[in-house]
Each structure stands twice: as C-alpha cells, then as structure tokens.
Write a protein that binds this ligand. Sequence first.
Ligand SMILES: CC(C)(COP(=O)(O)OP(=O)(O)OC[C@H]1O[C@@H](n2cnc3c(N)ncnc32)[C@H](O)[C@@H]1OP(=O)(O)O)[C@@H](O)C(=O)NCCC(=O)NCCS
Length: 164
Amino acid sequence: MRDDSARLPLETHVAKRLEPTINTRLVKYEDLNHHRTLFAGRGAEWLIEACFISAARCVGRPEDVVCVQIHGMTFKKAANRGDLVEVVAQLGHVGQKSLTVVGKATINGDPRSVVTCTCVFVTVDADGKGKPHGVTLPAPYVDAYREVCDQARAAYESGKKTGA
Ligand SMILES: CC(C)(COP(=O)(O)OP(=O)(O)OC[C@H]1O[C@@H](n2cnc3c(N)ncnc32)[C@H](O)[C@@H]1OP(=O)(O)O)[C@@H](O)C(=O)NCCC(=O)NCCS
C-alpha cells in the first residue's frame, strides 16, 4: 500500500499522533472467569494495552515507554461471552518524562463506560532511566478534550503525591 504520510503537513502528523486509540475485542470463552463473565485481568490487559499504544504512538518509539502507575480501575458492569468490548484510550496529560492516558471501555455500543482507568507512562533511555520525551499538548487539543485532560492531570498529580 502507498504511504502518503510523508507528504502530510506537520499539523496533521501531530493530530494523528494524538488520535484516540480504539480497539474492539470480542469476549471469548478463554476470556471468562468462574462466573462466566469477562475476567477482570483480561479487561485490565485490554485497557492497559490500549493506553500503552496511545502513549507509544505519541512518543513514536514504543521501546522507550514503560508503565509506572495505573489509577482507579473500576468495573461497573459485567461483560458476557459474545459481547463486543470497545476500548478507547486518549492522552490527557504530559509532564517532562511522563505521559498520562485515560482508558475507557464500553459494551455493545452502549455509550456508558463500564471500566475506566488512568495510566501513567514514563519514557526511558536504553538503561531504563527516565528521560524527557519532548512531547507537548497543543492548547486547542486541551480545550477540545477538557474532561480527559482534567482527569489525566488529576491522576498525574495524585501519583506525584503518593508514590514516586
Ligand atoms: C519509570 C522509572 C524509570 C521512573 O524513574 P525516574 O526517572 O527515576 O523517576 P522520576 O522520579 O524522575 O519521575 C519521572 C516521571 O515519572 C513520574 N512518576 C514516577 N513515579 C511515579 C508514580 N509512582 N506514579 C505516577 N507518576 C510517577 C514522575 O512524576 C515524573 O513525571 P514528570 O517527569 O512528567 O514530571 C522507574 O520508576 C521504573 O523503572 N519503574 C519500572 C517501570 C516498569 O518496569 N514498568 C513495567 C511494569 S510491569
């Protein structure tokens, strides 16, 4: 397939890197727990994977990105075998070395989220030490996604207080 991306204007490159990651999963037999609903570990994996992809796309080097904290994963409704789980992850805050991504999952097109979480990633060098990523969020992006950005910033701030 022809790759026209090299000819896109810079703004389009930036916008593409900031696009939400949307992954749809079919709940299969092997994803179930002993109640025959989606196993929390599998749901968590799907959410964290989508959040990682968002951070890695933004940085451009997946090998430089590690997860340092996962905030507030709450499961509000069970998913059953055959359900379609749509996971959406969106970058909401960037610090000097960190990127905070908000993840949400919905079932069968119902817009109410059934699981949410916020993941903090850090960019690292070849020795695994934190290094600045140089990513910034354009003001129009922050204005457009105010709710996601507020949620991500709150998670970043609370991570700084509690844990590092
Ligand atoms: C990620 C890691 C390299 C950070 O080390 P570091 O560079 O010394 O950390 P710093 O104190 O300089 O913090 C770097 C950034 O991470 C953030 N951070 C560090 N610990 C954090 C925590 N517990 N929660 C939230 N954010 C945290 C800091 O706020 C800072 O963000 P900023 O630069 O955007 O302000 C180190 O914690 C590590 O190796 N962790 C293991 C990562 C891993 O293996 N993940 C896979 C898990 S299975």
